[in-house]
Design a protein around this ligand. Sequence first.
Ligand code: HEM
Length: 129
Amino acid sequence: MENAILHLDDIKILVDSFYDKVRQDALLAPIFNRVIQDRWPEHLEIMYTFWQTVLLGEHTYTGSPFPPHANLPVTKAHFDRWLELFFNTIHENFEGEKAEEAKWRASKMAEIFQFKIDRYQQTGSRPLL
Ligand code: HEM
């Protein structure tokens, strides 16, 4: 299949195109930029390894995905927009099994992150994980 996600080069296209959209988005850009500042190249490198691990089974990501999100000032609106941009990126560039898996994984992680962040904002308690 011509537009399948098969190699690291495809992952880089996915990640670069997605964060191009994020950086142009009035709702999300300020949240990301406040934390990342001039470290965008490093953030993109981490995200290559994350999606390479999730979608290609090549275990180059060694971090913990949730902790950097625990204290972000985000609500459902931010996650909805994040998913909208991610789905658009997939739609514009890819198709096939891994493309569908990427959308499914992103949705699941967004759901879990949002649940944990909501609980954190309501109780003020520190997340255990
Ligand atoms: C409103 C939605 C989101 C916002 C505002 C957001 C923001 C951020 C920010 C600012 C960082 C960088 C932290 C740093 O470099 O210090 C980060 C890292 C990361 N994000 Fe998100 N994110 C969102 C949703 C997601 C979702 C849905 C996923 C999963 C598919 C995800 C996966 C990751 C991963 C894997 C990292 C790297 C963590 C590490 O350092 O190992 N994010 N995010």
